[in-house]
Structures are given as C-alpha cells and as structure tokens.
Design a protein around this ligand. Sequence first.
Ligand code: CU
Length: 242
Amino acid sequence: MRHDSNMRSGRATLRWALGAAALAAVFSAFSPFGPAASASPAIILAAEEDFAFVGSPFDQPQGEVANFSNPAAAGALHNVYATGKGPDGRNLFFSETIAPGNDVPVRGTQYLDAGNYPFACTLHPGMDGVLQVTEMGWRANRPALGVAVQTQRLSSVRRKGAIRITVSSSTGVQGGRVTLRLGQKALGVVRAITIPAGGRKAITARLSPQGNRFLEGKRSAAVSATTWVEFGQPSTSRKVLR
Ligand SMILES: [Cu+2]
C-alpha cells in the first residue's frame, strides 16, 4: 500500500518534471534570446596575445552601453568601430583607441535595435567581432534636433548678415549643428548647439562672407536648414525668403 503510494507519487513527480522540462524546452525554443543571454552590458575584450577580440559574439540587452576592455597584458593599442553606418553618417558605434590596461564605453550601442552588428579594430586588419543585441530591454531614443527658419525677409538678412532660426529637441542634444544652404551652397554653419530635453532655443546664425555673396542680387531665396546630431537622424526645414 505504502509502496504503491510511493510509486504513484514518484510517477507523478516524474510526470511533473518531464512536463516542466518540456515546457522549458518549448519556452527556450520560442524565446528570441538564448538561455545564456546576458542581462548586462557587453564587455568586448581584446586578446592578450593576438590582435583579436576574445569571446565574440558579445551579447547584451537593448539600451545598454557596451564596454571595451584592453587587458593590461595586451601588446598594442586597440579600438572598437562598428562596420555599419548610423543615421548621422558615421559609424553606428565606436570607442576611443586605448592602451593596454584601460576600459572605455563603446558609445552609440545604447541606440541599437535587437540584431547582430559587426565591428572591427581600425588599427589591425582582421581584428573583428560581432555585437549581438538581444530582444531584452528597450533601446534609448536617438538624439533628435529640429530646426525652423524664422527670418522672413532677404533685406533683413543683407542688413544683418545673419538668419534667425529656432532649434528644439525632445531628447536633449549636445554638440549639435545646423547648416544653412541655398541649393547646394553653404551659407553658414552653427556649431556646438546644446539644448536640454524638451528645450527650444532662438539662434542668430551668422552667414559666411561667401554665404552673404550667394544672396547678393537675389529677389527670393529658398533657404534650407539641416541639423546634424551625433547618433541621430538629420532633419531639414526650408523657407523662401523674399
Ligand atoms: Cu587592434
């Protein structure tokens, strides 16, 4: 009797265990990240002996800034540069070039969607790896910089040698840039634009001497203002000045 009962409960336990194992297998099969997916930022490690990265692919959740570590015993300077280009026209992510015994952030990795991103050291051909961003987490919003041309009259531009613009940012921006153009010709550039999240700022954009010359004798001019911000998408607004 007792024996039977033990048998029964033993079988029930076994059934339960098999069920749980099957469930876990199904879950892990359908899970977009493997069971070993890391919940913390990737540490991209350079080798001590060779010109290589050790442990690629390196994985991390979305929204994290990966770290690059050049061990003290390594024999050379190294860096990490994404092979792919970002919306700002530069590498999707990159680190500083560092001597052995240093660690630095790999900037730009916090903006990546889930996926595989090849990278390389620009100093050593063949020294490459892959950053694997898993479905976990949420990626950071890419910096956004908007612009609008405020000046209406060409006579005002000629008098002041400048065009008034407003810039705004939902995300906050550091070191943004606005280029004013007439067709393909650059009229002037405003650099080092910094705005807090939700901020708006009026700027008097001085035209270059050449820019002033491009507008001479014009009765109307379609002026465009294009923003650039590191890791962000450029935006453009146009206005016809008369
Ligand atoms: Cu290298």
